[in-house]
Write a protein that binds this ligand. Structure first.
Ligand code: G6Q
Length: 551
């Protein structure tokens, strides 16, 4: 299917729903959550949605029924339904790269059908999954041996960006379900320390490298992969060892072969899978090795359940659409510059980092699909840490600072590691934080508690800080799939409203080119010509002077 033909649409700021929202914002911006809750005893239950095993309470947002109706109207005016259909049917909605955007195909059931450019992609996806499963079963069972006959005990994923953050996050998130007798590590940074620390205590005879790179040309990954090969061969000696210790995940078979990895040991994917949307493709090979094919399929089923929910549910009850629209509300009407996510679940400690890429690389764009300035602010800065750690550091600013920071709180009713009262304390903290952020503590309340007049302003909490609360029963592979797909589609919803290409990343491409120009200037024997600005020239000179020293 070809690119969606598009006439230049009405600029966002001129859309009737946008204007109505601007007017509405003036009316409600001073409304306090205290008053909204006081006026409506059922608000907490009413402004919540339960679907596919996730419960979203969005009642602690600075919205009324009218706000939500206007946001849904905005989604309709921006053609969200049509754009969802376009994505799910394989239209080339990534217009700047002329690509379909089909991560949803990666988790479709085996009997589904999705024809792109004349070919049904589902059997291809299933075939790769089957090969991955067979490989993982071999490694996990010990049938796959290293070059010297030893069982593989260590797996190192070498990749960066989308070829790293998803696998790291998923491994940490699903560690509970992983093989405890195997070691999984992830090397991404071109800083040699990353590689050195990841391998220092491992034996090459028991180590498998997954070189994970869509393009197989990425500087960091290729540099680390070459170091990995040297490290392995130093002990294994024989170049034939590579085929037992290196596999590749890539779309570029030629480069994989050039590197010396047997094409039999390559797991492919397709140009319609964006890096940051790829953790459920072959990029998830390390995840599958850790948790096993069955758990991996359960994760895919979670993704798919959320896909179906997003595709088929009215926006009023649609979890990703609601979260996306609320994000636009704070970003563009309240002028919030950042948004935070706080998982009250230690296993989700890398989830904020993963979301940073998903949200900021997708929606950090300044022009529309047609190349015109967007005219409003796009993607907020995303950040977060697992609860309760953040409470003892930066929550202060959220509670009493001068900026508005909408936050998502994520919690699970059951702990995977029940231990005394820990879990009740954890969840008590989550609920207490959202309550305090919404309702605060008035000066009168502070004074009534006997606080001296001098301290009353310091101990007053304005409240009215908006939060979403997401609750699920337990963190499982399925729940993780639900959660990731929820954010993927929330990001999509925001991108549709802003009319931007959420699936390209020209900013990343630029970085890939720039460093390559400077490398020879650092390493050449003769002093390079000063071709840069005076700051960069001086930094290069200093580095050249000092780089030869050793620790
Ligand atoms: C993701 C980006 C980017 C990419 C990395 C790695 O959406 O495109 O983060 O994943 O630059 O690229 P390779 O997988 O091609 O090495």
């Amino acid at each position: 299917m070809s690119a969606v033909p598009r006439a230049a649409p009405t600029p966002l700021a001129e859309r009737p729903a946008w204007r109505a929202l601007l007017e509405h914002y003036q009316k409600i911006r001073t409304l306090h959550l205290r008053d909204l809750f006081a006026a409506d005893a059922g608000r907490g239950e009413r402004l919540s949605v339960e679907a596919v095993g996730l419960y979203l309470d969005y009642s602690k947002n600075r919205v009324t029924d009218e706000t939500m109706a206007l946001l849904v109207r905005l989604a309709n005016e921006c053609g969200l339904a049509e754009r969802i259909t376009a994505m799910f049917s394989g239209a080339k909605i990534n217009v700047t790269e002329e690509r379909a955007v089909l991560h949803v195909a990666l988790r479709m059931p085996a009997d589904a059908r999705l024809v792109v450019d004349g070919a049904d992609v589902v059997p291809e996806v299933q075939a790769v999954l089957a090969r991955m499963a067979a490989f993982c079963d071999e490694v996990r069972s010990g049938a796959w041996r290293g070059h010297t006959g030893r069982v593989i005990r260590n797996v190192i994923n070498v990749g960066i960006g989308g070829s790293d953050l998803g696998p790291v996050m998923a491994y940490e998130a699903l560690r509970h379900y992983s093989r405890r007798d195997m070691i999984f590590r992830f090397v991404s940074n071109v800083d040699g320390t990353d590689f050195a620390e990841a391998t220092r205590d491992l034996d090459p005879e028991e180590t498998l490298f997954i070189v994970c790179s869509k393009t197989f040309t990425t500087l960091e990954t290729l540099t680390n992969a070459h170091s990995a090969r040297e490290w392995a061969l130093r002990k294994l000696g024989d170049a034939r060892a590579i085929r037992r210790h290196f596999v590749a995940v890539s779309t570029n078979a030629d480069e994989v072969a050039k590197f010396g990895i047997d094409p039999q040991n390559m797991f492919g994917f397709w140009d319609w899978v964006g890096g940051r949307y790829s953790m459920d493709s072959a990029v998830g090979l390390s995840t599958m090795l850790a948790i096993g094919p069955e758990n991996f399929r359960a994760m895919l089923a979670g993704f798919h359940a959320m896909d179906e929910h997003f595709r088929s549910t009215s926006f009023e009850r649609n979890l990703p659409a609601l979260m996306g629209l609320l994000a636009v509300w704070y970003n563009d009407f309240f002028g919030a510059q950042t948004a935070a996510v706080f998982p009250y679940e230690q296993y989700l400690k890398r989830f904020p980092a993963y979301l940073q890429q998903l949200t900021m690389e997708s929606n950090g764009k300044h022009v529309t699909l047609e190349g015109a300035p967007v005219g409003v602010n796009t993607g907020p800065i995303y950040w977060g840490e697992p609860g309760t750690n953040g409470q003892h550091s930066f929550y202060q600013l959220i509670h009493q600072g001068t900026r508005l920071i909408p936050c998502d709180f994520i919690g699970f009713c059951q702990s995977l590691n029940p231990l005394g009262q820990h879990h009740d304390l954890l969840l008590a903290n989550l609920f207490a934080q959202t309550e305090a952020l919404a309702f605060g503590k008035t000066a009168a309340e502070v004074a009534a508690a006997g606080t001296s007049a001098r301290l009353v302003p310091h101990r007053t909490f304005e409240g009215n800080r908006p939060t979403n609360t997401l609750i699920a029963e337990r963190l499982t592979p399925h729940t993780l799939g639900l959660l990731v797909a929820l954010y993927e589609h929330s990001v999509f919803t925001q991108g549709v409203i802003w009319n931007i290409d959420s699936f390209d990343q020209w900013g990343v491409e630029l970085g890939k080119v720039l460093a390559n120009r400077i490398v020879p200037e650092l390493t050449s024997a003769a002093d390079p010509k000063p071709v840069h600005d005076s700051s960069t020239n001086a930094l290069i000179r200093r580095y050249r002077r000092l780089r030869r020293g050793s620790p």
